[in-house]
Design a protein around this ligand. Structure first.
Ligand code: NAP
Length: 392
């Protein structure tokens, strides 16, 4: 029996609220807060049981502290934007409440994300006797836990990890992003980067690609990108030599993105327009469909997983673990598309792990540092079944 405060009422926040509401024996009280109260109310009205809603601007720690003191939750689940990670962690420190998120901090004025800012809270969280769980969505999140599961059960040493994220769905819009447009476009237009032999190797954006035959989907071209779980896995998987992240994009998406970049619409620096200062990417976000609005007509599937190579009992082993998720099934269950669903379900399960004491600790943790077994057991039960294949 516990009370959670969910911050962020977008695509992912909606799924987290739905999934927590399905488990009253753990999440006996739910408060959903976000910048726009109406978005919280819309989600509240879809749920099978009552929850409380509140307005908060999570860019301001004092506002958050006031809200947390008023609500008195056992855990804050942060599914607003990465820009708010530090203000919310500060508020959790001040009030002594545990914290969970799905994306690592990035400063609004610089398209760069890394864990350092949040790892720097380690001593303060430990001294305060509270826990922060970072990156508990699908990727990062489940992909990290897949690696921890592989290491615990199937490998003596892991040498190489390829994380492969395929969305073969069709939402019917010429151009839309599956999670927050600003964060998505910043991520996709960044330089690629992967880890090899203890070094980070940079590549031009989307310049490295290969085709992979995704189960239940078929062959798709996927592009090498930098993604935040590479940073924590490089630190937490002992002996790993190479880690890469790949994502599929349709040609339609890539063509739109190239044009938007070429005309300056993805810029994140302010420009003067008729006496006002505007950030082109923020303006573009205002024009694009909201991720939470894409679900109704979305068809097709996602497949996200990890191809892992290494050694077991002195023999080379190659292993593939993945989840397939259907957009229309997600919409039927929680009124969301599969990208929001695959993020929101692991956030709920991570919260469950913390609140039921299966995952406990003092300080700041990435998910692969904790026991994968109880999480993997719940993953299929709550909507994200996984399949594993031994290739050699
Ligand atoms: N790990 C993963 O697998 C994974 C995958 C996808 C997404 N994510 C992460 O999940 C998060 C949410 O994504 P999404 O698709 O749900 O985005 P979204 O639909 O754009 O929703 C973001 C929500 O945050 C709210 N928000 C923004 N700034 C706020 C502030 N200052 N104070 C309070 N609320 C604020 C927004 O409110 P307004 O509507 O008022 O703007 C909106 O309700 C992002 O951090 C994203 O990076 C993680």
């Amino acid at each position: 029996m516990s009370k959670v405060l969910i911050i962020g009422a977008g695509g992912v926040g909606g799924v987290v609220a739905h999934k927590c509401a399905q488990v009253p024996e753990v999440f006996s009280e739910i408060v959903l807060a976000s910048r726009t109260l109406e978005k919280c109310e819309r989600i509240r009205d879809q749920l099978p049981r009552p929850i409380t809603v509140a307005q908060v601007d999570a860019d301001h720690t004092p506002e958050l502290v006031q809200l947390i003191r008023r609500v008195s939750p056992d855990l804050v689940i942060h599914v607003a934007l990465p820009y708010q990670d530090l203000t919310i962690m500060d508020a959790c420190l001040e009030t002594g409440v545990d914290y969970l998120d799905t994306a690592n901090y990035e400063p609004p004025d610089e398209a760069r994300f890394c864990y350092k800012w949040q790892w720097d809270y380690q001593d303060r969280f430990r001294e305060r006797g509270i826990m922060a769980l970072l990156g508990c969505g699908f990727d990062p999140g489940v992909t990290n836990i897949f690696c921890a599961h592989a290491l615990k059960h199937h490998f003596d040493t892991i040498h190489a990890i390829d994380i492969m994220d395929c969305n073969a769905g069709d939402h019917g819009h010429p151009f839309a992003t599956n999670f927050n447009p600003e964060i998505n476009i910043r991520e996709v237009t960044a330089r690629g980067k992967y880890f090899e032999d203890g070094r980070w190797i940079e590549t031009e954006p989307l310049s490295v690609r290969q085709t992979f035959d995704f189960p239940e989907i078929g062959p798709r071209e996927m592009y090498l990108m930098y993604h935040e779980e590479l940073e924590s896995l490089a630190r937490n998987i002992p002996g790993v030599k190479r880690i890469r992240f790949w994502m599929t994009f349709s040609q339609e998406y890539l063509t739109h993105l190239r044009v938007l970049q070429n005309v300056g619409m993805t810029r994140i620096d302010p420009v003067q327009f008729e006496g006002c200062e505007i950030v082109p990417l923020q303006f573009l976000k205002a024009l694009l469909p909201e991720p939470s609005s894409l679900g109704a007509n979305y068809r097709g599937k996602t497949n996200i997983g990890c191809m892992i190579e290494g050694i077991k009992d002195d023999k080379p082993r190659s292993y593939y673990i993945y989840n397939v998720c259907d957009h229309a099934d997600c919409y039927r269950e929680v009124k969301a598309q599969a990208v929001s669903y695959t993020t929101g379900v692991p956030a709920m399960i991570g919260a469950m792990m913390m609140l039921t004491g299966r995952w406990r600790g003092q300080g700041v943790f990435n998910v692969e540092e904790l026991d994968p077994d109880p999480f993997m057991e719940k993953l299929g039960q709550y909507g994200l079944p996984w399949t594993e294949r031994f290739l050699t």
